[in-house]
Design a protein around this ligand. Structure first.
Ligand code: SF4
Length: 226
């Protein structure tokens, strides 16, 4: 059984405002059901980076990730972690049944429970992999997810080429959504001289003037020495 805190479910539900009290028991039930019905599984792989330029990152084995801003994120990267983590289909099967019988509120809350399990599973896996990479002397960069600014949804094809997701019963649909839906896919660059790092003390965003950069990780604090 997964260890799931109700607060993780609240986070997936979003701001509840005045409804927080009335949803309290639904959230507790959803937390318990999601923790019991889910079977989190994950798969990961590390690939060396061969080059990063002109909107493409080339990895060993011929794999390519495309995105205008990816070479910037991969500046100084020697490799990347690829991971897919899923909560399994248990929660979403129950959510479908709830919706079909008109239990919409319970269904929405339980759906958030499934999301919380998938996020929890991916974060645990990610933390372990990042720790291993850091122990080996590398700096770790930001987490990049297909379907976001730096890497559009077609990035899912790269994820599923790199990882044999059948092993954890996860499928990529034509829509580029994943089944089970409660699944997360991520790519994380690392390197000894990685420029764009997750560490706030080193993050170049703090002194970068690109005000409208959608990937900004830290607030601009001004150019040092000014
Ligand atoms: S704010 Fe600057 S350093 Fe940070 S990601 Fe954007 S362009 Fe790169």
């Amino acid at each position: 059984m997964v260890e799931l805190d109700p607060e993780e479910v609240w986070r997936c539900l979003g701001p509840a405002g005045n409804a927080r009290e009335s949803l309290h028991s639904d959230v507790l039930e959803a937390t318990e059901f999601a923790a019991t019905a889910s079977q989190p599984r994950g798969i990961s792989r590390v690939l060396n980076v061969e080059s990063a330029a002109r909107g493409k990152v080339h990895f060993e084995g011929g794999f390519i990730a495309e995105g205008k801003r990816l070479p910037h994120i991969f500046e100084g990267a020697e490799g990347a972690i690829f991971l897919i983590a899923t909560a399994g289909p248990g929660v979403e099967t129950e959510v479908e049944a709830m919706m079909a019988r008109g239990d919409h509120i319970e269904g929405v809350v339980l759906d958030a429970g499934g999301s919380a399990v998938a996020i929890n599973a991916a974060e645990q896996m990610q933390a372990q992999l990042m720790w291993e990479v850091e122990q080996a002397g590398y700096k770790v960069g930001p987490t990049i997810t297909p379907g976001t600014e730096p890497w559009d949804i077609e990035g899912q094809r790269t994820m599923f080429d790199v990882l044999i997701a059948d092993e954890i019963d996860v499928t990529l649909l034509e829509s580029r959504l994943m089944y089970p839906q409660k699944t997360q896919s991520k790519m994380i660059p690392f390197g000894r001289d990685l420029k764009l790092v997750n560490n706030p003390d080193e993050a170049p965003c703090r002194t970068c003037r690109a005000q409208r950069c959608p990937m900004r990780m830290e607030e601009y604090v001004g150019i040092l020495g000014e």
